[in-house]
Design a protein around this ligand. Structure first.
Ligand code: CA
Length: 233
């Protein structure tokens, strides 16, 4: 889905030029010509980023920034003129993420937008698919597993078993189901191969592999993911 940008700028020629350029770049664009309109459009459309001119009719950029910050962490890029140095700093204090000084090229504003979106995107844990189970953390975007904040190297089979089991806490999976989950990598065909993978996986992620809290054995069937991570001592 396209990221949306709210352009707040009272100079119509500048606003139109930016709007045209940025929609061609694939962004969805909302526009506002003064501070009050900016707050209205923001509330209605909840854009992914705001480009906010400092000098605006009705409510200036600093006031708009302050008002938005009271209820949202949406990235804000302030636009200032050369002689507004002090206000620029104030803007950052009020929670703007970046600023750009007029006159600027369209290419420059695009680079700032991308940088701010990338930076703020990284801060939001919800954007990255990270799941924690006590000290165990699985990041499915990076295919990275951590225990107590330290990265644990898993083989593709071990990773597949872990993510399959942890998708449904407490639900038992047969060895055959787990084998299917690892297929493509392990076509040895023996369900018992799962036991070896699980044993290796436990050594890597369990506080005590002899008394697992994450990968639990379901006798006569297979394995399941545990739901009590405090019980280990
Ligand atoms: Ca202005």
């Amino acid at each position: 889905m396209a990221e949306s940008i709210l352009l707040v700028e009272d100079e119509k020629a500048i606003r139109n030029a930016m709007a045209e350029f940025l929609s061609e770049e694939g962004f969805e664009i909302y526009q506002a010509g003064d501070g009050l309109e900016a707050l209205e459009v923001f509330k209605k459309e909840t854009p992914d980023l705001i480009i906010l001119d400092l000098m605006l009719p009705k409510l200036d950029g600093l006031e708009v920034c302050k008002a938005i910050r009271q209820k949202s962490n949406v990235p804000i890029i302030m636009v200032t003129a050369r002689d507004e140095e002090i206000d620029k700093l104030l803007g950052l204090e009020l929670g703007a993420d970046d600023y750009i000084t007029k006159p600027f090229s369209l290419r420059e504003i695009k680079a700032r937008i991308k940088a701010v979106l990338r930076r703020t995107g990284f801060q939001s844990a919800a954007e990255e698919h990270k799941i924690s189970f006590g000290p165990l953390e699985i990041n499915t975007d990076r295919r990275e597993v951590k225990v107590n904040n330290k990265v644990v190297e898993l083989t593709p089979s071990e990773y597949a078993i872990l993510t399959t089991l942890s998708q449904n806490i407490g639900r038992p999976y047969s060895r055959l189901q787990l084998l299917n989950a690892t297929l493509g990598e392990s076509y040895a065909g023996y369900e018992r191969a799962i036991d070896t993978h699980v044993s290796n996986l436990r050594k890597k992620i369990e506080p005590n592999p002899q008394k697992p809290i994450y990968i639990l054995t379901v006798y006569g069937l297979g394995y399941k993911f545990g739901d009590n991570y405090e019980s280990n001592v």
